[in-house]
Design a protein around this ligand. Structure first.
Ligand code: BEZ
Length: 184
């Protein structure tokens, strides 16, 4: 699969007649909200774990020296905490471009803090995308993050902002917090 997923995403879901869509954010969408939304609620999704396994050539690194950003990996029994946004479908025109480096939109069920559920979408970079880097030790990942920087700024800023945002949500993600402590 090519790096640029904009056209692919536009063909994946049709929003005809739909006035709003729930979008689950687990990475930069939690703290970088550069899109309008109708409603925002903390939420979780089941059987997915957040991992710094996706390469970033366009935001937090360069093609020659990619940084690392989060994607979700299938892990039965895991829970991933994030923020859900109810958005107008036209918001995806912006987000598909912002998240074009390997992320595809998938359907998911999200659970809000009051126990209610909604169906919605989530961006996931699967292991068959060209920018996927995969697992490494947390020391190696933290070291790559420490030396990487791209058009959106230092990769370390991405990790630290995400860790802060997760603390604010009351989440404890051992993978993210271990990387944060290596970096600090
Ligand atoms: C997220 O926060 O959900 C997200 C951010 C960037 C790419 C994919 C997902």
């Amino acid at each position: 699969m090519s790096f640029d997923t904009v056209a692919h995403n536009r063909s994946r879901q049709q929003f005809n007649g739909v006035s709003s869509v729930w979008l689950f954010g687990y990475g930069s969408l939690i703290y970088k909200v550069d899109f309008p939304f109708l409603e925002r609620r903390p939420a979780t999704i089941e059987d997915w774990a957040r991992r710094f396994w996706q390469g970033s050539h366009d935001h937090r690194g360069t093609p020659e020296a990619p940084g690392r950003v989060v994607t979700l990996v299938s892990q039965p029994g895991a829970t991933c905490k994030g923020m859900a946004y109810r958005v107008s479908p036209d918001v995806f025109e912006h987000l598909d471009v912002r998240e074009k480096n390997g992320y595809l939109r998938f359907s998911t069920t999200m659970t809000f803090d009051d126990g209610s559920n909604a169906e919605g979408l989530v961006y996931i970079a699967t292991e068959d995308n060209a920018a996927f880097l995969g697992p490494a030790s947390t020391l190696d990942i933290a070291s790559q993050i420490a030396r990487s920087s791209g058009p959106s700024g230092p990769n370390s800023e991405y990790l630290l902002k995400l860790a802060d945002a997760l603390r604010t949500l009351g989440d404890h993600d051992p993978h993210v917090f271990e990387l944060e402590s290596h970096l600090r």
